[in-house]
Each structure stands twice: as structure tokens, then as C-alpha cells.
Ligand binder design. Sequence first.
Ligand code: 5AD
Ligand code: SF4
Length: 461
Amino acid sequence: MSKKLFIKTYGCQMNVYDYDRMVDILAPLGYSLSDKVEGADMVILNTCHIREKAEEKVYSDLGRIKPFKQKKLAQDENMFIAVAGCVGQAEGAEIMRRAPYVDIVLGPQTYHRLPEMIAQAERAKGRPTQPGRGILDVDFPAEPKFDSLPKIQAGANPAAFLSIQEGCDKFCTFCVVPYTRGAEYSRPVATILEEARQLAEMGTKELHLLGQNVSAYHGQAPSGSGEWGLGSLLRELAEIQGVERLRYTTSHPRDMDDELLSAHRDLPQLMPYLHLPIQSGSDRILEAMNRKHSSEQYRQVVADLQKVRPDLVMSSDFIVGFPGETDQNFEDTLQLVRDINYAQAYSFKYSPRPGTPGATMINQVPEEVKVERLAQLQTLLNKQQLEFNQSTVGQTMEVLLEKPAKQPGQYLGRSPYMQSVIVKATPRLLGKIIQAKVTYAGANSVQGEIITDETELALSA
Ligand code: 5AD
Ligand code: SF4
């Protein structure tokens, strides 16, 4: 009998990738996805620790799930509750203490052990565990377990994430990733190519390479000796039949080497949109953040990239109100944003993360100043995003149709510039790259009309 699985994913794309892997790994045990907690046989909170109040959100969600578990227990059924990901890693036994009805706590990269942990929990008859009696696996594996992943089973997504790297050794002073996700590790080239070929065979057209520090990729070469950087990996992936689009996230300005630059120059598959976080436009703040590059170096990287790929547009992450940030430092950020002119960006108020150097810096910025600066920055970024979308009106571009949109008959795709494009289409065009002319631009998406010749598509099908 099919068992119902509910997974809530918080945070970053790494977690979306982990989510897909958990679905794959639990399918052979008879679990299929459900969109409701009520009645679920297994509930997984796939957590993220990167920003403030992550733990509190998880505890509050657990509190809401508890009555559903109690209801099932009253019917002599069970609901396993698991907390996976970075909050599991950071909180560990504390979760079992504060929420003793949680059965399983596991850190990132240990989801391949889920079936075994579920079996253990089943042996414990799944009764609500006593404090400290749940099953806990939050140590970092001695060797990251990428290679023991199951073969991909989920149906082909037109655009799929492919994890190539985990962890980070850079220790930006605001960030928990080096503590929660651990040391940097790159998957060997051969296993990535194998997974990419499988995805392409199933119909995936766009590969989105993922890692916390993907530009620092240095995986074992297929020959077994030496290492490849991201540029070489991208070149090899571009050779795979059926791979029409490549993207990668998240990169660091310090790692943008010549090999990567020439990949942007030579590979038409490498999409002309790059998410390259800078966090702040002030050199003083960049230094305090331990980013180890100046704003000028960042500008140079962007200029070099746009020289070799003139249509490349930029995205970034920003933090406002890092300790010690003055009005002038913040103005430097605004100036950088004006100069680069982003197509899209994410921005956050600084939040002290326990255990990071930033949290103990004495010159914390008052909340009201952070709120004001964030509003100002977002006004500018939103304006740039809308202007970018408007600049594409009238253009014809290739759009990969990924899924049905909310309105019947409408489909959602991505432009090369990562814009969400809504078009009228038929189901048979799902998963295809079509030509669409942009007819209208909103702040978060654009609308388009398909202009692909139907006979042309029939021939390419
Ligand atoms: N406070 C605010 N934003 C943060 N980020 C990471 N840590 C913090 C923090 N402590 C943001 C950074 C990073 C993105 C993933 O999250 O901008 O690039
Ligand atoms: Fe965090 Fe900095 Fe590593 Fe990015 S590079 S994951 S911000 S420590």
C-alpha cells in the first residue's frame, strides 16, 4: 500500500536538490508525495539554517504537526516525523528534547541513511520517543556520501538541479554554512557526467549545477589523476547529447578564473545569466565580512565576463546592516548596484548567526536602520529588475517550457536570462525549448507569445 510522504523544504537550492533525492530514496519504500500533513505517514522538515529564526520556525512547525501525529496514533496508526538538513545538524539532540515526538533527526548529506533510520524507528514501534530516544544522525560523514545516491528515479524535469559540490571553506564572518555544511568537497567528474547523461537521456534539457561554492569546484579528473575546475566540467557537460542549457549557482567572485571565463566565452549552452553574490559594495565591510576581494575586483570580474559574453546579465546577494556599516558604506552598496545594473537580486538584513564571528562584533547596527536600508536597496533593485524585464519586450527568445502555469492553457518557462515567462501553449510543448516573443513585462515575470513554427517543432520532437 502506498504511504504518504509530506516534505516541507526551507531555504536554498541545495535543499531543493536534497528534497528530490529524499523523494527518490523513499519511493522504493512505498512512499509517494502528498501535499498535506494530515494523514501523512512520514513528515520531513527539510531545514535551512542560513538566516535568523530558522530554529524557531522549525519548532513552531513541529508544534503544528504534533496534533496530526496524535490523531494518527489515536487511530493506532503512525506518523514518522523527521527533521533533516542544517537545523538538524545544528540543533541535534536539542530537537529531541524540545519536541520528543520527533522520530528522526539527520544532518545534510545523510539522507541516504533515511531508509535505515525509518526501519529503526519502525522497530521502536514508532511510539512518540522519550526525550533523547529518537534516532539521531547528525555527524558529518567521514566522506561525503554523494556517490551512494540512488539512480535518479523521478520523472525527467525539463530543468534539473545537479549537485556537484558541497560545503565551504571560506568562512565569511556572517555565514553558518562552513559550520553546518562542513568542509568543501567536490564530486568526481565521472559521477557527475554519469548523472548528467542519465538526466539528458530522460529528457532533461537544462542542467543547473549546484553547490555552496560551486566556482571552487575541483573534482577528481575522469582519468583518476589530477583535478578539474568548473570551466573544464562545463565544457564536458556541454558535449552531452541533449544538454542544451547549463547554469551554476552559487559562485564566489574570488574563484572566477580564466578557465571559467573562457567557458562563458565558448559555450553557447552556458546561459547569459550569472548569480554572483557580492554582499556589500563597501571595501571596509567586505573586509569585515572576510570576503577577501574588493568591490573593484568584483566590478572587474563582471566587466571581464561581459566582455566575452556581451549579453550576460547579473544577479547577486546583498546584506545590509552588517556590523559597523555606516551610511557611507551603505551608499557604496547603492552605487555599486547603480553601476552594475542587476537583472535580479536577493537582499537581506544582517542577522547575527550564533557561532559566527559577526555575531560577537560589538558594533551591531540598530534594527530600524537595517529596515530602512533594506527598503531603500530593494526599491532600487526592484526598479532595475522591472526595467530589465521591460527591456526584453519585443525580443524573441528561447524559452524552456517547464510546467503548467496557474491559468488553464498557460505554461511557465524560463528565458536564457532566468526570467519566468508565461505563454499560451499546449501540453505537448512541455519540456521543449520554444521561440517566444515577449509581449508584456511585470516585475517578477514576463508574458510572451509562441512564434515557433509548429512543423519545425514536430520535426525536432
Ligand atoms: N544574515 C543575513 N543574510 C545572510 N546570508 C547568509 N548569512 C546571512 C546572515 N547571517 C545571505 C547571504 C548569502 C545568502 C545565501 O544568504 O547574502 O549569499
Ligand atoms: Fe557562506 Fe561565504 Fe561560504 Fe558563501 S562563501 S557559503 S557566504 S562562508
